[in-house]
Design a protein around this ligand. Structure first.
Ligand code: 8YV
Length: 324
């Protein structure tokens, strides 16, 4: 161990990928979910904890940060860090890091896969064969074409750009809505999600989560998307008003949906599961061995850099802005 002493206690915020915990355990003193599994031991060891390791979907609330007086860094294995109480971390001078870029291709691939599944009804086609309906009932109902259709992206960050790039190969026209227009991009900016929804066939949601985007996709946006429109979300469950979405799907206000994220994961409402024109995935946007390894390596590396006295590789933008 050259630059990071192994006796540094690192607390995991939740059950993490073994790809991350394996390297953590080899290099640090891993306190695996002690605050959840052994409150007495946590009480004793909390003052010594210098790092928290988290995933994109785990919570690091202000109350936990407050109980860790020696905390220096929170390293999230995930691009999203909406589970971290950032104001609490910033106020304490705690560095927060995440894992952008290494998952762009994977999440974009997932988005295109979900778009194709929703348009061409591929999961339903699989079921049609397995359930013997092809033999009994003949061909399944016709699906809809995706190539050449109109795509609207809610968000225009790194992953959205990777989605747009792929969609171009499908001959799709591309427009987007984002806080600010990006005139350097060859895509049209539309002022609001509702205005965008009104003019596209596929509305793909890929914004960060958190308070600023909560229920950005609401009943008004779904109404604008219309009975032929398809909603795809690879963002955070909080961005879509799930109750409004279920209502819109049940009443045929929109044509269909493909969702990788939900408001109360891993719980997915029974009413949503009952809808045959909806494609559901268990938050697998970045879930390949290759990409998760790259994410785990980057999250681990941020800790090693920090405790080795070097700048972390990928601080969250708010930390970068604060000069940490
Ligand atoms: C995973 C994610 O859920 O990157 C994110 O923000 O949501 C994911 O890829 C998770 O962070 C894997 O550890």
């Amino acid at each position: 161990m050259s630059d990071a002493p192994s006796d540094i206690p690192v607390l995991t915020a939740a059950r993490l990928s073994p790809l991350y915990t394996a390297s953590l355990a080899a290099r640090f003193t891993l306190l695996d979910r002690l605050h959840q599994t052994d409150p007495a031991a946590f009480e004793r060891l909390a003052p010594t904890v210098r790092a928290v390791a988290a995933s994109g979907d785990s919570a690091v609330p202000g109350e936990l940060i407050a109980r860790l007086p020696a905390l220096e860094i929170i390293s999230v294995m995930g691009v999203g860090y909406d589970g971290v109480d950032l104001p609490a971390a910033l106020a304490r001078g705690v560095v927060v890091t995440h894992t952008p870029d290494v998952l762009n291709d994977e999440v974009a691939d997932t988005a295109l896969g979900l778009m194709l599944c929703a348009a061409r009804q591929l999961p339903q086609a699989d079921r049609w064969v397995r359930e013997g309906r092809w033999e009994r009932e003949g061909p399944m109902p016709l699906a809809r074409k995706m190539s050449g259709a109109r795509l609207g992206l809610v968000g225009m960050g790194r992953i959205a750009k990777a989605i747009a790039h792929r969609a171009q190969a499908f001959g799709m026209s591309i427009a987007y809505t984002a806080r600010s227009a990006k005139p350097e991009l060859p895509y049209r900016h539309v002022a609001t999600p509702a205005a965008l929804a009104a003019e596209v066939d596929f509305l793909v949601v890929i914004t960060p989560g958190g308070a600023g985007t909560r229920h950005l996709i609401d009943a008004v946006v779904l109404q604008a998307l219309g009975p032929k429109g398809i909603l795809v979300s690879v963002a955070r469950g909080s961005v879509v008003d799930e109750a409004a979405l279920i209502d819109a799907l049940e009443r045929g206000v929109i044509g269909g949906a493909a969702l990788d994220v939900f408001e109360d994961e891993p719980r997915v409402p029974e009413r949503l599961r009952a809808l045959s024109h909806v494609v559901l995935a268990p938050h697998v946007g970045s879930a390949t061995t290759q990409t998760r390894q790259a994410m785990a390596d980057l999250a681990f590396d941020n800790l090693v850099c920090h405790f080795g006295g070097r700048p972390v590789r990928t601080p969250v933008p708010e930390c970068r802005a604060a000069g940490r």
